[in-house]
Design a protein around this ligand. Structure first.
Ligand code: IMP
Ligand code: MG
Length: 183
């Protein structure tokens, strides 16, 4: 039996939870909804890095109206799957948002803390509207009421990887969403 000394290259056991076809179908539906709801309004799609990476790339191509793309970055300083309390934002004040229709694009909402911190920062610029778009949501983990208008899938209180989502910065390149198994 071999032992891996460096824990950062250990592979986590997982099973496929949402395959590429299932995700693709849902992203197409979300794109249609946004196309219908934002027709004539030139929305800014503001991606939250890095988890939005793959979702954002697919979603913008499913929206059939003019739009702009910007990014903010949020790091919540987690060690693996254990949440800690600090959200560090970058870029939220450098994108001009006054009187704009903003769509905040997230890969996953867990406690809601990241999204809430970003919303608070964005509101200072007095955008015309802000809505949250997330591929995945863990409603049972929210720490207070959060109004998510566009959501791909609701999932339970489990840790997932792939399609842009990481475990200690790895697995973002998996083309599907995998559920990490307890080991
Ligand atoms: P929140 O602030 O608790 O809502 O956490 C949101 C952030 O935590 C996301 O933007 C992800 O970076 C990360 N996160 C939460 N749950 C998961 C998960 O199941 N897989 C990967 N990242 C996650
Ligand atoms: Mg992460």
């Amino acid at each position: 039996m071999s032992t891996v000394k460096n824990p950062s290259i250990r592979r986590v056991p997982f099973e496929i939870m949402l395959d590429q076809k299932t995700i693709g179908k849902r992203v197409t539906e979300l794109g249609r909804e946004l196309t219908r709801d934002y027709n004539g309004r030139l929305p800014i799609m503001l991606g939250v890095l890095k988890g939005c990476l793959v979702f954002m790339a697919d979603l913008i191509r499913a929206v059939d109206i003019p739009l702009e793309v910007e990014f903010v970055s949020a790091a919540s300083y987690r060690k693996g799957s254990k949440p800690q309390d600090n959200v560090v934002l970058r870029g939220a004040s450098t994108v001009p948002l006054k009187n704009r229709h903003v769509l905040l694009i997230e890969g996953i909402v867990d406690s809601g803390k990241t999204v809430r911190t970003i919303l608070k920062e964005l509101e200072r610029q007095e955008p015309a509207s802000v809505e949250i778009v997330t591929l995945l949501d863990k409603p049972a983990s929210h720490r207070s009421t959060l109004d998510i208008k566009y959501k791909g899938f609701s999932i339970g209180n489990e840790f997932v990887i792939g399609y842009g989502l990481d475990n200690t910065q790895k697995y973002r390149n998996l083309p599907f969403i995998g559920r990490v198994l307890e080991s």
